[in-house]
Design a protein around this ligand. Structure first.
Ligand SMILES: [Zn+2]
Length: 235
């Protein structure tokens, strides 16, 4: 028979809390029995070794090379109608370049890996240009657009690395870069189609981005305003 240490009420042996005052019921004999019992789970955790990056790189490389080679052979020997295998070879190469920072043991600087991604995309488009009747679009439109996107990504990476980063600054960079991208795209497309170079649809994007950017700059430059926004948006 046991009694509550707090209120003295008589307790049933199955209770773990006093029904009257909610004091926990602790039986020292029970504690010892639990401590002595063999735990139901193993003491050592069996962990699977992580895959070595070199093995993973090799595996990915072999899969992509095998895919490219088999498609090339199919293209040359069976389905010879068009150069369709260039699409797949280019995609495999691009995938490898994009995955390179994740799979390789080499720690590529971010700028270099972004530049490689841009070059990979340009090379993919170059391969695609062989399947079209005219390659003029590649040099006159694709290369400048890929170059513009790569440069903007590099600038974004530099800003994120060297300046104070918060949600507000990241949003500011994003809108400024979006405005620049849209303006650049419109001008490049007009230049390609030999139209007069002037802003139309990108002017609307530019206006919206300018309003948002000015708002963000005002918030960022006033500490009280910045703190108020930060508290309200919980970051
Ligand atoms: Zn009690």
């Amino acid at each position: 028979m046991s009694y509550c240490v707090n209120c003295g009420v008589e307790l049933d042996s199955s209770l773990d809390h006093c029904p009257l005052c909610n004091t926990p019921v602790i039986n020292p004999n029970e504690l010892k029995r639990i401590a002595d019992a063999v735990p139901p789970f193993p003491e050592q955790r069996g962990e699977v070794d992580t895959v070595k990056r070199r093995d993973f790189t090799l595996l990915i490389g072999i899969i992509l090379t095998a895919t490219s080679a088999s498609c090339l052979l199919l293209n040359l020997l069976v389905f010879t109608g068009s150069l369709w295998s260039l699409f797949i070879i280019g995609a495999c190469l691009l995938l490898f370049i994009v995955l390179l920072p994740a799979i390789t043991t080499l720690h590529l600087p971010m700028y270099l890996s972004l530049a490689l991604d841009g070059a990979g995309i340009a090379f993919y488009l170059y391969l695609i240009s062989f399947t079209t009747a005219d390659q003029h679009w590649f040099f006159a439109l694709a290369v400048p657009i890929v170059g513009l996107c790569t440069i903007l990504c590099e600038i974004f990476a530099i800003l994120m690395k060297h300046f104070r980063v918060s949600y507000l600054t990241t949003t500011l960079y994003f809108f400024v870069e979006t405005a620049l991208l849209c303006m650049g795209l419109e001008l490049l497309i007009e230049h390609f189609f030999t139209k007069p170079m002037r802003l139309t649809w990108s002017a609307i994007v530019l206006t919206v981005c300018a309003v948002i950017s000015i708002t963000l700059l005002t918030i960022l430059s006033r500490q009280r305003l910045r703190e108020a926004v930060r508290r309200r948006l919980h970051f």
